[in-house]
Design a protein around this ligand. Structure first.
Ligand code: THU
Length: 156
């Protein structure tokens, strides 16, 4: 028996088509992206979360000369939120990148490890996390749940 999986997502050609809060999240992710510590890849990533209490949490990627010891921007923000706001759920994550690893019109899509952490947050809070992905030239792709980015996820 064959099955087909369909994933829906929205695409916008400019930030101006987004809500004010979404634009603010992208702005915050862009600001923190500049503060990444990325001497080994020269690739900066910023991630901003919107929590259920209205708080914004931002993180940037932090690298290390022992490469696997570094961590992605998304997990910096997610683990900070998990540590300091464990009773709040995550409503949205916005991700911004700057660097030559990606072409200007390429959307940065989170790595597998970050998707796994994101999906566990979603399972724990029993509410979907909206994901806003951007390209360096202003394109935006929005997913309404991490499940769409990690189908058939490993879980409990
Ligand atoms: N990186 C992130 O911070 N988030 C992603 O979604 C993908 C990759 C970081 C890890 C590393 O510091 C650099 O980007 C190059 O892979």
């Amino acid at each position: 028996m064959k099955h087909q999986l369909t994933i829906y997502y929205e695409e916008f050609s400019s930030f101006s088509e987004l809500s004010e809060t979404e634009r603010l999240m992208i702005e915050k992710a862009s600001v923190i992206c500049e503060k990444a510590y990325s001497p080994y890849s020269s690739f900066n990533v910023g991630a901003t979360l919107l929590l259920s209490n209205g708080e914004f949490i931002s993180g940037s990627n932090q690298e290390n000369v022992a490469y696997p010891s570094g961590i992605c921007a998304e997990r910096v923000a997610l683990f900070f939120a998990g540590s300091n706001f464990s009773n709040e759920s995550i409503e949205t994550i916005a991700i911004v990148s700057k660097g030559e690893l990606l072409k200007m019109d390429q959307i940065l899509s989170p790595c597998g490890a970050c998707r796994q952490v994101l999906i566990e947050s979603e399972f724990r809070q029993k509410r979907p996390i909206r994901v806003i992905l951007t390209s360096q030239d202003g394109r935006v792709v929005v997913f309404s749940s991490i499940v769409d980015l990690l189908p058939f996820a490993f879980g409990k």
